[in-house]
Design a protein around this ligand. Structure first.
Ligand SMILES: O=P(O)(O)OP(=O)(O)OP(=O)(O)OC[C@H]1O[C@@H](n2cnc3c(O)ncnc32)[C@H](O)[C@@H]1O
Ligand SMILES: [Mg+2]
Length: 169
């Protein structure tokens, strides 16, 4: 079975490779058709669905997976949010990732259009966190990395697909 993943980010590709270990995984760079830095749950979920659809078509795969990172501003709180989508011949499945607090001081810059990845680099003085432990790895003291969070999202997607197939839905 061929599984497309709509990103070249190693945390996303490796998460898909780990969960769909018995499939051929095809990473492909595709647009999310949402802003580079989604600012709501809904926008982040739509980004994941768009990536899944584009990647499945572009790779002529059986299944397309989209994983998208974003943030949510809730009053004075800033939360990291992530969504995954799986597109197959029967439709679209979605699942969200764990949410954690991010520093509220990031809010004005994010509202001005800056990306979390860039803010994380100046905050931590570390390069390319988005391809390594991620913001979730930094702010959970390394207990949950970005790849582990995406693996959990992939398990939620695959589990839903298995349930539907097992129950002839
Ligand atoms: O190549 P792609 O797949 O686009 O990978 P990406 O790292 O840019 O990831 P997303 O587009 O899904 O994330 C949307 C934005 O949020 C940032 N972001 C999301 N989660 C992050 C994390 O855990 N650490 C650092 N930046 C993160 C990311 O850099 C983008 O600016
Ligand atoms: Mg991106």
């Amino acid at each position: 079975m061929k599984i497309a993943i709509g990103s070249l980010n190693p945390t996303k590709v490796q998460a898909v490779e780990k969960v769909f270990f018995d499939c051929t995984v095809l990473p492909v760079s595709v647009p999310s058709d949402v802003s580079n830095q989604p600012l709501t749950d809904d926008e982040t979920m739509r980004g994941a669905i768009n990536r899944a659809r584009h990647s499945r078509i572009e790779s002529k795969a059986d299944i397309g997976i989209g994983l998208e990172g974003g943030v949510i501003i809730s009053g004075d709180k800033l939360l990291l949010c992530n969504w995954g989508a799986l597109v197959y011949d029967g439709g679209v499945l979605v699942a969200s990732g764990a949410k954690i607090l991010l520093p509220s001081e990031f809010i004005p810059a994010l509202q001005d259009g800056r990306e979390l990845a860039e803010l994380m680099e100046s905050y931590t003085k570390k390069k390319d966190i988005r391809s390594k432990e991620g913001a979730i790895g930094i702010f959970t003291n390394g207990r949950i990395t970005r790849q582990q969070m995406f693996e959990h999202v992939c398990e939620l997607l695959l589990g839903q697909l298995e349930y539907l197939k097992n129950n002839n839905c």
